[in-house]
Design a binder for this molecule. Sequence first.
Ligand code: NOJ
Length: 762
Amino acid sequence: MNILRHYIILALTLIVLTNCKAQKPTKMSKKNTIEQKINTLLSQMTIEEKVGQMNQYNGFWDVTGPAPEGGSAEKKHEHLRKGWVGSMLSVRGAKEVRAVQKIAVEESRLGIPLIIGFDVIHGYKTLSPIPLAEAASWDLEAIKNSAHIAATEASASGINWTFGPMVDISRDARWGRVMEGAGEDPFLGSKVAAARVKGFQGDDLSATNTIAACAKHFAAYGFSESGKEYNTVDIGTSTLHNMVLPPFKSAVDAGVRTLMNSFNEINGVPVTGSSYLQRDILKDEWKFDGYVVSDWASINEMINWGHAKDKREAAKIAAIAGSDMDMEGNVYIEELTQLVKDGVVNESILDDAVRRILRVKFELGLFDNPYKYCDETLERETIGSQKNHDAVLDMAKKSIVLLKNENNLLPLKKEGKTIALIGALANDKTSPLGSWRIASDDETAVSVLEGMQAYKGNILTYAKGADVTIGKAEFIQEVKINTTDKSDFEEAINTAKQADVVVMVLGEHGFQTGEARSRTNLQLPGVQQDLLEEVYKVNKNIVLVLNNGRPLAITWADENIPAIVEAWQLGTETGNAVAQVLYGDYNPSGKLPMTFPRNVGQVPIYYNYKNTGRPTDKDGNVFWSHYSDVENTPLYPFGYGLSYTTFKYSDLKLNTTSAVIGEDISVSVNVTNTGNFNGKEVVQLYIRDLFGSVTRPVKELKGFELVELKKGETKTVAFTLNKETLGFYNNDGKYIVEAGDFKVFVGGSSNTSLETTFELTK
Ligand code: NOJ
């Protein structure tokens, strides 16, 4: 009997054990296993090998910054063999990545795989619109999908870590990198940041088609003084906590695995050396357990800033401040080991950094199979697939913003007309690819000319009018603009004379925005304004299609040209997207993620400004906050964008006019499609907190929804305001919700006037 009992118990135990084994590992158990593996590995590492994990080298061809001293290929190879390199950037291609990975894994003592980083900013080879344009779609699913497509192509090409998304808020159109972010607003910016992180990383970082994301540049790079690249930043705590940090927090909450710090200083401290940002806020308060990479040699640059005496001091400051990995600066690899041996930097700092770096490598599955991203067949099948082209075309159409459409000049009739297409950019297959597109090939975008040629019912004539650039524009060179040559004007004018409608594609070359592309002039570059005015003299039926990576001050065009389409740089499928919108096969629904100024003197200009003590000219005299030569309003406000149809907003309602802090407030509004086309509208909700212990902006976006409405259809759109949206960060960086009076605005732009009120009580 006893023996039988014994057998039964044994059998039951076996069943339980077998079931346990068969069960999928939970997230928690996976995490524990990874932490144990990290401990084991860390205990075997020498100081040099730990420093090695914190060292990142650029690969051997795509250069995205100034070359460091002594960064030869021989040295890099030798360091790979010694296990002194934790990551490489800008090595790409399944074969090339396999080659460097093989050295790290098979020739170094511990065989720790490399993490391979790359600037996958708006696609890898098949390109989506530039990020600012994507943000104009306000379509979070599409943005997420665009990042997913980018991850699919990049991961098939050996890459497992992107230096994106850039989540810097910026209010300064002069700054070239506004093209790389989501614009001026922290609420929209936070949503877009989360969507991009989820798109890149997916649900499972160890899948072969997902890559680790990197929220950059931590922090406040977008507030570079006077929009000048790499410049100082001097902002107050309120701006830091309420404008700059929220998108980073959102990225961290969405699970972003890495952050990149930045070239700028804030209030006298280079952010690369800021413990406050990297340790106190990011790692302690936000509990971020991934790692921080420096920007390209930003640790060294603390010497030029006048913050560190030499490389040794720079390495010390950065490591202690929580910069875990040195991008191509050679500072950690040269200095950190000795700093630890001298007792200046505690080895626990290294352990913390290495733990973070190894954690991400384990999560990516690189220890299970270091070559998992190196499948050349998959690479061939994935890159440039029809599915990817379809996805970027979809994203491109969604990113277009209709700025003006007098007398319904658009959409164009499909038959029986003569259309003149004018502008060098209309026939350009490289510029539409934008700025951050180092893996893509020149001449691979569908030009607007090609896109329009697909519509056969009209006669299409083309004339260049004028070159935008002199010679070929390059990623690492200053772009030279044609400011004198008007020799092709005449042909363009004659072409325009004979047309029913003129489509003019004007604006910036793709390489006029992006890193190190600040401008002090926001007008159409070169002779293009003159060209526009000359053509206008002979034919007023002009559709201006803008190509640009930043808001432009196109005041004359707004006053004179009947139809204006903001087409940014839309990536590989640019021409098809533009043509489908111009011909009405796609009804545009984009809304501006950044305010367009009337002139550069208004910059920085943004919708969520402070009221000031003298907001109006109530006494009719001069003593109020204004300019004497231009009005305060922008040319086009944040959130603005038209459709081929029209929308009417009505019945704005709240469930209560008085709520206790902590209670939700429900908002609803009816939106009706009152025009002649089916269409989509981004319904936007703004609040104004009328009095605060820290003054509040005149409007703050707190909700939006993209709704699709058939002709004549009405939908009720509902929002909830709660303590996450009704509070703000005070000057101690603490989030608070205060009692008081609020306004609520709902509409299709930040300048909506449909409003109601409520109060919050204690
Ligand atoms: C410098 C840029 O600021 C950063 O955004 C980029 O990721 C690195 N270079 C690497 O190319």
